[in-house]
Design a protein around this ligand. Structure first.
Ligand code: AMP
Length: 420
């Protein structure tokens, strides 16, 4: 029988690369945790209707990419393709918006599922860290999120990313633009599917990557020319605030993003070392989403950054994260008696908060020392029969190579002291 493999479009995170993933999650969430965002976790699946209404019936995500299932009880569920709709659903359900403390600021980290055509940087299972600020319309909040994402990427050492920024208008001006856009698009030479898209979600046509479509869009009406005064002023304020923070961005009026719920501020983080799947993160304002899923009016803004693509971006830039060794002390017993004694010392060390590991399996000195080296431990403890007879263990400093005999009863305390 052949062995099993991870399903198509997925991959496993295994050591040592998995440590980079953890560090990326940590680095993206750290600025959020320091800025008043509280942790939220929601189920990996939701009622399919939440995404149909929340993400949009006309989006690729809902029409083509969702993993849907019918439970034995007859419920129609979908593996979550994105985080925002779930987080807003959960916030409404818990009445977080009624606690009188708006905006409700939340961050999350988890797995997302999209039945996409797999390629480099595009998977069917991927990880995001996201942030949502619910219930407040304030350009400083949009600016805060963009600045925090920039800070997160920079803290990882990434430099070759760019921020694309646009405004999609609001419920006053967007419909006027939509109609002008539809009138223009209907006259173009487009295939059936794109024609259907013109009627359901014309902004998405702007996003079409095909050259023959882009060629026809040179004189397309610009959303910028249709923004109402309130949207213009709001957008100018967002731009001014991120500029004042020293965060560089590019105005990109073609940026519409693939989800229906965005209004006003939209942005994307792209990395130039990633080829066609260059978006490492994105987000925007979604003032109408709460009402779309049955809640009150709650203007909100958020983003999600892709962990997988951020790791690829680090690799593309050749950034090696400075990940400290996880093991400080490695114990190598030589013989039965030493195994019992050193295992006791390791347990004592761990209880004292020292990261310690042990050469299991009764291996010889040479092989065990190789493992000690590989563990990155600063100190090795070695003990054989003669050491035990003398009541000592050999403490080896792996950096200097220096070895000293330490009384067995003082080994744990001595190590705790040396490691600070
Ligand atoms: P989106 O919700 O489509 O705006 O996605 C936000 C971020 O999640 C993107 O910028 C990517 O970094 C990441 N992402 C989305 N879809 C995938 C995928 N299929 N595979 C890997 N990462 C993805």
């Amino acid at each position: 029988m052949s062995t099993f493999q991870a399903p198509k479009g997925t991959y496993d995170l295994t050591p040592p690369r998995s440590a980079t993933f953890l560090a990326v999650r940590e680095a993206i969430s750290a600025p959020l945790r320091d800025s008043g965002y509280g942790y939220i976790e929601t189920p990996g699946f939701e009622n399919v209707e939440l995404f149909a209404r929340g993400v949009g019936e006309s989006t690729d995500i809902v029409t083509k990419e969702m993993y849907t299932l019918t439970t034995k009880g007859g419920d129609q569920l979908a593996l979550r393709p994105e985080g925002t709709a779930s987080v807003l659903r959960a916030a409404l359900e818990a009445n977080l918006h009624k606690a009188g403390n708006l905006p409700v600021k939340l961050w999350y980290s988890g797995s997302y599922y999209r039945y996409e055509r797999p390629q480099a940087g595009r998977y069917r299972h991927f990880s995001q860290v996201g942030a949502e600020a619910i219930g407040t319309e304030d350009p400083a909040l949009d600016a805060e999120l963009i600045i925090l994402a920039d800070q997160a990427y920079r803290s990882l050492g990434l430099r070759q990313f760019r921020i694309l920024l646009n405004s999609l208008g609001d419920k006053e001006c967007r419909p006027v633009y939509r109609e002008a856009l539809q009138t223009f698009l209907r006259d173009l030479d487009l295939d059936e599917e794109t024609r259907r898209r013109i009627e359901i979600n014309p902004l998405r046509v702007l996003d079409d990557k095909r050259a023959d479509v882009q060629k026809q869009l040179t004189d397309v009406p610009k959303l910028r020319d249709y923004l109402c005064d309130a949207c213009k002023a709001y957008h100018e304020e967002v731009r001014a605030l991120i500029t004042a923070a020293g965060v560089a961005f590019e105005d990109d009026e073609k940026l519409v993003r693939g989800l229906d719920y965005y209004t006003r501020t939209t942005f994307e983080f792209v990395h130039d070392g990633l080829g066609s799947q260059s978006a490492v993160g994105g987000g925007g304002r979604y003032d109408g989403l709460s009402e779309m899923i049955g809640g009150p009016e709650l203007p909100s803004v958020g983003w999600a950054l892709g962990v997988d693509r951020t790791v690829l971006a680090l690799e593309a830039e050749g950034v090696e994260l400075d990940l400290p060794a996880t093991t400080s002390v490695y114990a190598v017993p030589l013989g039965e008696e030493a195994r019992r004694v050193l295992f006791g010392v390791v347990t004592e060390l761990r209880r004292a908060g020292v990261a310690a590991d042990f050469a299991f399996g009764g291996r010889g000195l040479k092989g065990a020392m190789k493992s000690a080296n590989r563990s990155g431990a600063r100190y090795t403890l070695v003990a054989g029969e003669r050491d035990l007879a003398e009541g000592v263990v050999q403490l080896k400093d792996m950096e200097s190579g220096e070895q000293t005999a330490v009384p067995l009863t003082e080994a744990a305390a001595e190590l705790a002291k040396r490691l600070g």
